[in-house]
Design a protein. Structure first.
Lengths: 471, 194
């Protein structure tokens, strides 16, 4: 094709016209750029949210559990039902059928004894809140229950259906066996029954001494709690730790061949000068007891790891990271570095290689020895981990410089942990645990393409508080 | 805010300075990306990647020459790197002869002035377009282009020649430029704007 124009003029035309164009990118472009440049801001929101979630979960679990415990104290079938020692329970439901109490029975003397005349069934000290009012208002004494308690167990159950208890079944020994229901609604409009404290007992005593006599002198069971906890338990733990790392050079002959000192080839530890530093772990987990000695558990935890690097400040200089790009192929990344692995004493400085991470540990606990009060166990877990904020340094292939190159760092790694601990039961479903823990990062901090691999190590003392969850 | 202050802020990783720099240059740089890209979305991806590189390599800017030129080079290299990941691009840029590529007249957009020219450039096959962009608009030499695209220098020259011829044809078909009537060494570029 013949050229009909002077090259310069044509090119000038193209260039001048092209330069006039301006295009405005969408907002999302800047947002993405910003997020990439400042991952810490986004990730600190994530980690903050995770910690908040952890905190809220903890509070909710504790509150819910406390509520359950107090409620259970009131629920007949669940906790402290006081049955005479010889009691045979007629029904396996502790159910007080208010509907069966007809008006005609309002003034009926009811007996709270079992079918067997020797089997007195008492709800020792159990009086409803409003029942207390009822006592006050109507000057009667009695046992009131409204809610059916489905989980009640034979042998541990309040005699059901007050209406079916005939006066003949009344125990002669108990003054409780007779009382007047002068206000059925007040008596039965109860949701919760409470365990009377000493003060309340006194209150009733003032109202009616005979009731207290009955309560006090009755052949009651002791107040040992029945099995009120589920197989789940919740754990909150904190592990101050010493963080360190293990460095390996995967392909020493290939990647360290141009290390600046021949004598150091193959042994990175002789070149770099690292020291452990303090880190920590904070998390919570839910464990499920498979049986008396085995538990499986899962949770979420936050980790902060760091170690110190003795480095030497220098003017910024360009250095390269060499990455494997297949067999006999490599790719180089040029980066700027202001820290060397060697230098004069006056330039010596300490820099911290650190990161924060969120993990989802899944593991098992194995009880080795102990009793209901004190036990010894070992535990292990695998922890898929997302690195939130990486401020770590990487040593270059030639072992001369430290650089920050987040592209080379993985954002997802897998950790493992091993621990042994002593567990001390504190009562009411609360336990403490204490023991050493080793956490090891199975996958390297760096991408597989990089010849050097770094595995973080954390030696810590794990302190935990455990709360058995109620049924 | 002066450019110097912006650059200093960017070196200190200050978000406000980075945003200012972005807003100042992104319209021009997106136009650069757009000439290389298949569509606007791809151009924005290139711009995004390019700016991330600009900010992360800011410390390498030594103040020799204009900052815009330095940044533009990074953006262009980013565009090329992204294009090179596309296998079709590698194949197309290496084809020397593309005589059978027909330009459909009705596909020339009816836009005016500068946009006309840019859209016509974008109608070229991607290999031609890239070489033409780099040589005519970005000022790279054929040697540099050959290095960037992993092709022979001669390939770059021939690609450019054909790209230019094809572009001229497109521009003439749309009467954006006039076809010369006299001997070629007597004519000057005639440009007719609508």
């Amino acid at each position: 094709m013949d050229r009909d124009f002077y090259t310069d003029d044509f090119e000038w035309l193209l260039k001048s016209k092209a330069e006039e164009i301006k295009m405005y990118p969408s907002e999302s472009v800047w947002r993405n750029v910003f997020n990439k440049l400042h991952p810490g801001r986004r990730l600190s929101i994530i980690s903050g949210s995770a910690l908040l979630l952890l905190f809220v979960t903890s509070v909710l679990v504790l509150r819910t559990n406390n509520k359950n415990v107090s409620t259970q104290k009131a629920v007949i079938g669940e906790t402290e039902t006081f049955v005479s020692t010889n009691t045979t329970v007629k029904s396996d439901q502790a159910y007080t059928d208010i509907n069966n109490v007809t008006d005609s029975k309002k003034n009926t003397s009811l007996s709270l004894s079992a079918a067997n005349s020797n089997q007195k069934l008492f709800n020792n000290k159990l009086v409803s809140n409003k029942g207390k009012k009822a006592i006050d208002n109507f000057s009667y004494k009695g046992i009131f229950a409204k809610q059916p308690v489905s989980s009640a167990k034979p042998g541990n159950t309040l005699y059901s259906d007050l209406s079916s208890v005939s006066p003949s079944q009344a125990s002669p020994e108990s003054e409780l066996s007779q009382f007047t229901l002068s206000d059925k609604n007040a008596a039965f409009n109860e949701v919760n029954l409470i365990l009377l404290s000493g003060a309340e007992k006194k209150y009733i005593a003032n109202s009616n001494a005979s009731l207290i006599d009955a309560i006090s002198s009755g052949p009651f069971l002791n107040t040992r709690a029945a099995n009120k906890f589920s197989k789940f338990e919740w754990q909150l733990y904190f592990t101050p730790s010493l963080s360190y790392r293990a460095l390996f050079n995967d392909n020493a002959s290939y990647n360290l061949s141009f290390a600046y000192n021949s004598f150091i080839s193959g042994n990175i530890d002789k070149t770099v000068n690292h020291t452990p530093a303090l880190g920590f772990e904070l998390g919570n987990a839910v464990a499920y007891s498979v049986n008396s000695w085995l538990k499986i558990k899962a949770g979420v935890q936050f980790n902060y790891s760091r170690y110190n690097i003795k480095a030497y400040s220098s003017y910024p200089e360009l250095t390269t990271l060499r990455l494997s790009a297949g067999i006999n192929q490599s790719q180089t990344l040029t980066v700027s570095s202001s820290y060397k692995t060697y230098g004069s004493y006056s330039n010596a400085t300490t820099i911290a290689s650190q990161n924060t991470a969120i993990s989802l540990p899944v593991g098992v606990d194995l009880k080795l020895a102990g009793n209901n009060k004190l036990s010894w166990a070992i535990a292990s877990s695998l922890q898929p981990t997302v690195i939130l904020n990486n401020k770590a340094y990487i040593v270059t292939n030639d072992l001369k410089n430290y650089v920050r190159k987040p592209d080379v760092f993985r954002s997802f790694v897998v950790n493992s942990s091993f621990e042994t601990y002593l567990r001390l039961e504190k009562g009411n479903g609360v336990a403490l645990q204490l023991g050493p823990q080793l956490r090891y990062q199975i996958s390297s901090s760096y991408t597989q393409k990089y010849a050097i691999s770094e595995h973080l190590l954390e030696y810590g003392i794990k302190v935990g508080i455990i709360k058995r969850l109620s049924k | 805010m002066t450019e110097e202050a912006i650059l200093l802020g960017c070196l200190k990783n200050q978000p406000a300075a980075q945003q200012e720099l972005y807003h100042r240059y992104s319209p021009k740089m997106l136009a650069v990306c757009y000439r290389f890209a298949k569509n606007r979305e791809d151009a924005e991806d290139m711009l995004q990647e390019g700016f991330i590189r600009v900010f992360s390599q800011m410390h390498q800017f030594r103040g020799q020459g204009a900052f815009e030129g330095w940044m533009r080079r990074i953006i262009v290299h980013t565009c090329i790197n992204i294009l090179k990941k596309n296998k079709k691009f590698s194949e197309s840029v290496d084809i020397i002869y593309a005589n059978n590529i027909q330009v459909r007249e009705d596909s020339v957009p009816s836009i005016i002035q500068a946009k006309q020219v840019v859209e016509c450039i974008r109608m070229l096959p991607i290999g031609y377009r890239t070489v033409l962009n780099l040589f005519a608009l970005e000022g790279y030499s054929h040697k540099e282009i050959a290095n960037m695209l992993d092709i022979e220098e001669s390939t770059s020259r021939s690609q450019y020649t054909r790209a230019k011829a094809m572009l001229q044809e497109i521009l003439m078909k749309k009467s954006i430029i006039l076809k010369p009537k006299r001997k070629k060494d007597e004519i000057l570029t005639a440009v007719q704007y609508r």
